[in-house]
Design a protein around this ligand. Structure first.
Ligand code: SF4
Length: 323
């Protein structure tokens, strides 16, 4: 349950091991594929101008990509095929994806590989800290695949990563976690590490929840997570995000924003859902930049203190500005 995206390159999956080979860091990324034949997405001819982006020139992104490869780390930027990858990598920022590169959930929007995850890598927290240090990050965003196979859902590993990054760099840390299958003790482990920002994405409205986030997901628990984090430690900033263009109505969206505020959520991201490829949920509409602006203003009006709302906004886009 990670991010939302276009399809800038192909991943190479080794079916014997379920490992996904890292994309070649030198690959230049076209930003948006035309919807494929047979897709129910709006046709390519109607692809709105605001979703067409120039591919940035130059190799400024290579330093980040090479460092990630050298340290044997994963980023959601790569695996979720984020359309902002070139921009973020060129600015020497990335969102680290811990606990492997294979997810145990079949979310309908996400391009991260699914299957049987590998054992937890005990050296990963130190390598994330090393990467954060060498990139000079002042705000470090850490997310993960969902690990329903682990008793604590990977919460202890999240905690170790937060502590390692803080100890090595002094940077603020933002965690973007899975739902730990409703396990409040697991959530507590992450909270006890006191990340500066706790981010858990709503992703969509209740009516679409299970088709988007899978049958194990729960709208009520998502709200409870944000509420509990704030109750347990009010110093931690809370954040959530939704993808638009999955079939939600305006009224449904506004009801979710209201629920998030009621749960004490302070930060909000709204972005356009982009289908990662064949077999994923279709895009039902492209929201205009003007409507994103209007929704952002509306969110601020009901009390969100930090809001990013726009077609290419993702959970971790310009995260430092929202810390
Ligand atoms: S928006 Fe987030 S996920 Fe996308 S490239 Fe930037 S840091 Fe990575």
């Amino acid at each position: 349950m990670i991010a939302r995206h276009a399809r800038p390159f192909h991943l190479d999956t080794d079916m014997r091991t379920h490992r996904v080979n890292r994309p070649d860091p030198a690959i230049e990324l076209p930003v948006l594929d035309a919807p494929r034949q047979g897709s129910s997405d709006p046709p390519a001819a109607r692809l709105p101008r605001w979703l067409k982006r120039e591919v940035p020139k130059g190799n400024a992104n290579h330093y980040t990509a090479n460092l990630v490869a050298e340290l044997n780390l994963e980023t959601v930027c790569d695996h979720a095929r984020c359309p902002n990858r070139m921009e973020c990598y060129a600015q020497k920022t990335a969102t680290f994806m811990i606990l492997g590169n294979v997810c145990s959930r079949p979310c309908g929007f996400c391009s991260v590989a699914r299957g049987r995850p590998e054992p937890v890598d005990a050296g990963e927290p130190e390598r994330v800290a090393e990467a954060a240090s060498r990139l000079g990050l002042r705000h470090v965003v850490i997310t993960s695949v969902t690990r329903d196979d682990l008793p604590d859902g990977g919460a202890g590993h999240f905690r170790r990563c937060v502590l390692a990054v803080r100890s090595r760099t002094g940077a603020s840390v933002e965690v973007l976690t899975p739902d730990f299958r409703g396990n409040a003790d697991a959530l507590r482990q992450v909270v006890d590490a006191v990340p500066e920002v706790f981010n858990h994405n709503m992703e969509t409205v209740p009516r679409l929840f299970r088709s988007v986030r899978g049958p194990r997901s729960s709208y009520a628990w998502t709200l409870d997570m944000l509420r509990l984090v704030k109750q347990w430690d009010p110093r931690i900033g809370t954040k959530s995000g939704l993808m638009l263009g999955l079939g939600e109505s305006r009224d449904e969206l506004l009801a979710v924003l209201s629920d998030l505020r009621e749960a004490g959520c302070e930060r909000l991201t709204l972005g356009q859902y982009l289908r990662p490829g064949e077999g994923y949920l279709p895009v039902t509409r492209y929201v205009t930049p003007e409507e994103f602006e209007e929704l952002g203003a509306l969110a601020r009006g009901i009390g969100f203190t930090k809001v990013a709302s726009g077609p290419f906004v993702r959970s971790s886009y310009h995260a430092r500005d929202m810390a």
